[in-house]
Design a protein around this ligand. Structure first.
Ligand code: ADP
Length: 613
């Protein structure tokens, strides 16, 4: 995917606008900015002042008959104390600021992902989204947390040293400062090279990890096909490439450090040469010369730091852009302004109790598809002028060959997508005129391969209605026939279901998800192909459980196993987005049309399978 390919793109220019937008997240914490700025300046001043104290000490000794070093020692101690307080304040406020900012960004991303409509996810693979939430947010957080901290400290230190040098001796100051521009350029070039080669090393590292994993998982197959030699050759190739990249990385560091050290020595040499002349002519004190040499050696660290942070910021720009674009994405399905206005009205005291949160009657009595058109991709219609009316208490079953549009119909009924033409009505009103939260809080959905969250069975059922009591949880499980198997388990309702519920069988997961749906007591119940791939005994349990759920609601069931929907009020045979046939099981069997064929074929296939068993 295009955005995936941008992952490792290195921007050549620092996008100040982008970083401005990132650091706008600091605004809610501006009270931390004042102590941060003050402490950064205090630290830089203290750091830079040590050389001045040295100068003072040297000048108090050189050529003096009476030596009193106590005043410089007292100032030195005072500076150390101030530095400690400055560092404490700096780390505290910078840590508070950066952690709050990265926490906010991560939380906003998560919140946005929960708000976005399904169509957004259709175009973005889960892996891509997970990287946005983890790796991209992490990259940004690191820049915000440590990058900005280092940058602030380094810039302050360089500025303070530069000012002191110019004030102490303008000519010598400018001479020493002349090494700064080449130092900046060289640092920037090498830091970029180092960043790129360390990325490359990481890439090979993960390829090698994957190769190890694959070799171990496929060990039997490789052995049986006598492919060990070939595998080893492939691995050796990968390992040599990794070796090459790592050596290159080490060589770059090996060149970079001496160059920078040489530049520092050149600055110190200039100070010694030009300053020595001045000392001899009496134009400069020995202490000032010592201070100059000290400062010349102090430049390398902050400049290296600045270059490193700026290069890292360039490297993280792509991540920043992706995170900001996610945050700037507005949900395609959300409440209209009119609905929002009604919600505000509803929040006023004295509203009539029988109204839903968006000001209309609360109880859902009917859903209508009124000439609904729908396409996932422009120009490829899935539904055209689709009509359907469902009233409270009715169960509608959708059957037919795969790709006919059954899931699309239930997705539209759930308002996971919106029609591209026509309307869906709830109690005769356009669904878009009702609150999304209100409508979706009336839905209960069980999908194929139902998802359970890590935790106990009780917690998973209670997820349907968080405030439900233990008795209500158990009653819901009893109604859908899940109580028996739950109690038969070692820890009963407290059994840990494992990640994604993988310690339960598919049928058990379905029963738990039915209990969860029933507990939520939804007005509309949607089940999408939930009864495929289970044994006959569990299916019987599920069928009886379903009766409890269907009762008194509007239910849409997409089922492969036609036996599940024999009791449905209306069965629709769907093909290419159209209703081919409609009626109850008995009527359709008598009509001997499409449904009859589907049913008898499935029945025969099941009989054959049971004979083979
Ligand atoms: P069914 O449930 O009957 O198997 P679907 O409603 O899933 O049918 O699919 C109807 C058509 O829409 C198919 O052609 C399918 O390829 C297409 N389709 C389904 N989901 C998507 C999607 N998320 N993005 C693009 N096309 C889709």
């Amino acid at each position: 995917m295009k955005e995936e390919a941008q992952e490792d793109v290195f921007s050549d220019r620092l996008d100040l606008k982008l970083w401005g937008r990132v650091f706008r997240h600091a605004l809610p914490y501006r009270r931390l900015l004042i102590p941060l700025a003050i402490s950064a300046v205090v630290i830089a001043l203290c750091d830079a002042s040590f050389a001045l104290v040295t100068r003072w000490s040297v000048d108090s000794v050189v050529g003096k008959t009476e030596v009193n070093l106590w005043p410089p020692i007292a100032v030195y101690t005072g500076l150390t104390f101030m530095l400690a307080i400055g560092v404490w304040t700096f780390i505290n406020s910078a840590g508070g600021l950066s952690n709050n900012m990265s926490h906010d960004i991560r939380e906003e991303c998560f919140k946005r992902l929960q708000e976005l409509e399904f169509a957004y996810f259709d175009h973005r693979p889960t892996g891509w989204l997970i990287s946005r939430l983890t790796s991209d947010c992490d990259k940004l957080a690191r820049i915000i947390a440590w990058g900005s901290l280092d940058l602030l400290w380094a810039v302050c230190l360089v500025v303070v040293i530069a000012v002191i040098l110019i004030v102490l001796h303008p000519v010598l100051g400018l001479l020493v400062l002349s090494v700064v521009p080449p130092l900046v350029v060289i640092s920037a070039i090498f830091q970029k090279k180092l960043l790129l080669s360390s990325r490359e090393t990481r890439k090979y590292n993960s390829m090698i990890t994957a190769a190890f994993a694959e070799a171990l998982q496929g060990l039997r197959t490789s052995k049986s096909l006598v492919r060990e030699k070939q595998n080893l050759q492939e691995f050796q190739g990968l390992s040599s490439q990794m070796y090459g990249v790592s050596i290159q990385n080490a060589m770059q560091s090996a060149v970079y450090i001496p160059i920078v050290l040489t530049l520092g020595s050149i600055a110190a040499g200039i100070a010694l040469w030009r300053g020595g002349v001045d000392v001899r002519s009496g134009g400069m004190s020995v202490g000032t010369l010592v201070a100059f040499i000290f400062y010349a050696g102090q430049f390398f660290n902050p400049i290296n730091q600045i270059a490193q942070v700026l290069v890292n910021m360039q490297g993280a720009q792509a991540a920043g852009e992706r995170v900001l674009s996610l945050l700037a994405t507005t949900p395609g399905i959300s409440d209209s302004d009119a609905v929002k206005a009604r919600l505000t009205e509803w929040n006023r005291p004295g509203r009539p109790a029988e109204l839903a949160i968006d000001g209309y009657p609360d109880k859902i009595e009917a859903i209508d598809f009124d000439h609904v058109d729908f396409a996932y991709t422009t120009g490829e219609p899935v539904l055209s002028g689709f009509n359907l009316t469902v009233s409270s208490g009715q169960t509608i079953a959708l059957v037919g060959a795969s790709g006919g549009g059954k899931s699309t119909i239930v997705n539209l009924a759930a308002r996971f997508y919106e029609p591209t033409g026509g309307r869906i009505l709830v109690n005769g009103q356009d669904l878009r005129d009702r609150s999304l939260d209100w409508y979706q809080s009336n839905l209960g959905i069980v999908l194929q391969g139902p998802h359970l969250f890590s935790g106990t069975i009780r917690e998973n059922i209670r997820y349907g209605r968080l405030e439900a009591t233990d008795e209500e949880v158990e009653a819901a499980a009893r109604s859908v026939n899940a109580d028996g198997f739950i109690r038969a388990m070692e820890n009963g309702y407290e059994t840990d279901v494992g990640e994604g519920g993988n310690r339960l069988s598919t049928g058990q997961k379905q029963l738990v998800s039915f209990a969860r749906a029933l507990l939520a007591n939804p007005r509309i119940f949607i089940m999408d192909e939930a009864t495929s791939s289970i044994d006959t005994e569990t299916e019987q349990l599920i069928q009886n459980g379903l009766k409890a759920i269907f009762h008194g609601r509007i239910s849409f069931v997409v089922a492969h196993r036609l036996s599940t929907i024999r009791t449905a009020d209306r069965i629709l045979v769907i093909e290419k987005g159209r209703i081919l046939e409609s009626g109850n099981h008995d009527d359709l069997m008598v009509a001997k049309g499409h449904y009859y064929l589907l049913y008898t074929r499935q029945f025969e296939a099941e009989n054959e399978a049971s004979l083979i068993d």
